[in-house]
Design a protein. Structure first.
Length: 115
């Protein structure tokens, strides 16, 4: 399921001309460092990624619909910082320092903690 979530996020980013610089998928959250077009507001970017991926994951994994009824797969909140507030190297180092197996395309997946 983590691989599918990663694939869906990659597809959505490609469709909106968003480049994933670094990323990590863990059992309870996802980290992304992206380069996005300046006209795309961060809130819209997150809304787009969460909405589409939630719908597709719930379609493809029926047990998620029972566990996350009401189509609320993702939590409401998110954290976003622009590179102007924190430099890109700091953000990239934070994501890289997550202790997970790294994918060749800079988008890691953590092994799930529960079956």
């Amino acid at each position: 399921m983590a691989e599918r979530a990663r694939d869906l996020i990659r597809q959505r980013c490609a469709a909106r001309e968003i480049t994933i610089v670094r990323g990590a998928v863990s059992p309870d959250h996802i980290h992304l460092l992206v380069a996005a077009p300046p006209q795309l507001a961060p809130a819209k970017l997150v809304q787009y990624l969460k909405g589409r991926s939630s719908r597709r994951l719930q379609e493809e994994f029926p047990h998620l619909r029972k566990r996350y009824w009401g189509q609320h797969l993702w939590a409401r909140g998110y954290f976003c910082a622009t590179v102007g507030a924190v430099d890109e190297k700091t953000i990239q180092a934070y994501i890289e320092n997550q202790k997970w197996d790294e994918d060749a395309e800079s988008f890691k997946i953590t092994a799930p903690t529960e079956p």
